[in-house]
Design a protein around this ligand. Sequence first.
Ligand code: MN
Length: 254
Amino acid sequence: MRILLTNDDGINAPGLYVLEKIAAQLSDDIWICAPSEEQSGAGHSLTLGRPVRMREHAPKRFSVTGTPTDSVTLGIKKAMPGPPDLILSGVNRGANLGDDVTYSGTVSAAMEGALAGIRSIALSQVYAGEGHGNNVSFSAAEEWGAKVLRPLLDAPFAPRTLVNVNFPPVAAADVKGIRVVRQGFHDYARGSVVEGMDPRGFPYYWFGLHGIEQTPGHRTDLEAIAEGYISVTPLQLDLTHDASLAEMASRFEA
Ligand code: MN
């Protein structure tokens, strides 16, 4: 089984090394293609306005001067001798839960894999507390990663679907188990905006992720994480709200 690894925190991200350890338990044919710089919040963006460079750091290990989506595309089409059997994106430093998934470079890299018809799974390690982003424990992800992935390796994945996995912010021994749950939602999709003044006296704004209210709904990813479980959520790229189709169409009938 040939596996492509990527990560939106960059080619040197600690979570990518954790993912390498997880993937090594599943296969010995591991390829890496990840952005050269952190791309958290890049979503599903594709670099169109400038050229992208790919650098080979070591055999099977590449960085790309672009987004996570660019990395998956170049990984499949240029770095590897053929398409992988599996794409793993992560382990992200921080949660990708509820409606945050569309901001996520980690989840979007898996979306790109799903679009290419390849089994794709995003993995994220939730951490607790503000200001600790540089000192995140990946204990739960490292210990449980292969256990979560193995049953998914031969599970049927519908076309244009992917799986989003989040590990709770507890030590591996305190993880309560694994729950397959639906995507939850935040009470409102706003983080903090910090306002400051630059050295030349011009104002700037800096988006943060803190202060997003959430009410963990029943049987959602947010609830599973809040209760100390690993969340496993199948996602689809078709965002159509089927229940609205008929009513909306009726408004356009002559
Ligand atoms: Mn990230």
